[in-house]
Write a protein that binds this ligand. Structure first.
Ligand code: NAD
Length: 229
């Protein structure tokens, strides 16, 4: 079976009603990154940071996967598919994808502030200040904040290097090191980018840009790939 790797960003979940960060109306128009998505912000004002993630989590419980998430699961009929997502939602899993690597953490999980190995799935949407891990320290959102290391980046780079087909969906390719993953994909590998606002990338070999929303562009691409195999 050929290997397909899929790198996704906030845009794939936009049609499920989850706001992206950088589009107009995006989250960064309401919040400053430095106030809610850095370790320094957590130390300075844990109540604000915690409330930000509680609201994101609450919203996630009301969201459903869209046609793009479901279509990617269909690809597993004929390909070995590995999703690498920058998203912290669980819409790929709920859409039926079996192999999902979360580069930037997972909204429904929390972890210990003294032992990063202690990760828990939260029961419900609300983490409270005062909720502690089994070693007695405050729990924090299981999110890779800006400025923090991305522990799974090497695994993601390996998956990218081994892919026979590479698909990128709904990411501004602004956040590193995730954006750099494309550099690991072999030149001869067919690459597809689905994003209504994609910029041209003339230096990228064998790249087809599909300037459509994920909800329409991804199912069409998936049908094309399945028909060809
Ligand atoms: P981004 O906000 O920087 O970029 C979103 C991209 O999606 C843009 O290029 C935009 O043109 C595109 N887009 C918008 N609507 C689309 C649609 N319907 N179909 C396809 N593409 C569409 O997001 P990013 O590149 O993922 O980086 C931002 C960071 O924000 C990531 O690290 C991620 O962890 C985090 N984030 C996650 C979520 C989520 O989990 N759903 C939501 C917001 C932000």
């Amino acid at each position: 079976m050929k290997k397909i790797a899929v790198l996704t960003g906030a845009g794939i979940s936009a049609e499920s009603g989850i706001k992206t960060f950088r589009d107009s109306n995006g989250l960064w128009e309401e919040y400053r990154v430095e106030d809610v998505a850095t370790y320094e912000a957590w130390v300075r004002n844990p109540a604000l940071v915690n409330e930000f993630y509680n609201q994101r989590r609450k919203q996630l419980y009301d969201a459903e996967p869209n046609a793009a998430h479901y279509a990617l699961a269909e690809l597993e009929k004929k390909f070995e598919v590995q999703i690498i997502t920058q998203n912290v939602d669980d819409l790929h899993e709920r859409g039926g994808s079996s192999h999902v690597l979360h580069l930037h953490g997972e909204l429904k999980k929390v972890r210990s502030t003294i032992d990063p190995q202690l990760v828990y799935t939260l029961d419900g949407w609300e983490l409270k200040l005062g909720d502690k891990c089994e070693k007695g320290s405050q729990l924090r959102p299981h999110i890779v904040w800006f400025g923090e290391a991305v522990p799974l980046i090497e695994v993601a780079a390996e998956i990218s290097a081994e892919a026979d087909i590479y698909i990128v969906i709904g990411t501004s390719l602004n956040v590193y090191p995730a954006a750099g993953l494309l550099n690991y994909v072999r030149d001869e590998v067919p690459k597809y980018l689905v994003d209504p606002n994609a910029s041209p990338m003339p230096w990228m070999r064998n790249l087809k840009i599909i300037r459509e929303k994920a909800g329409t562009g991804v199912p069409a691409l998936v049908n094309e790939l399945l028909a060809r195999e």
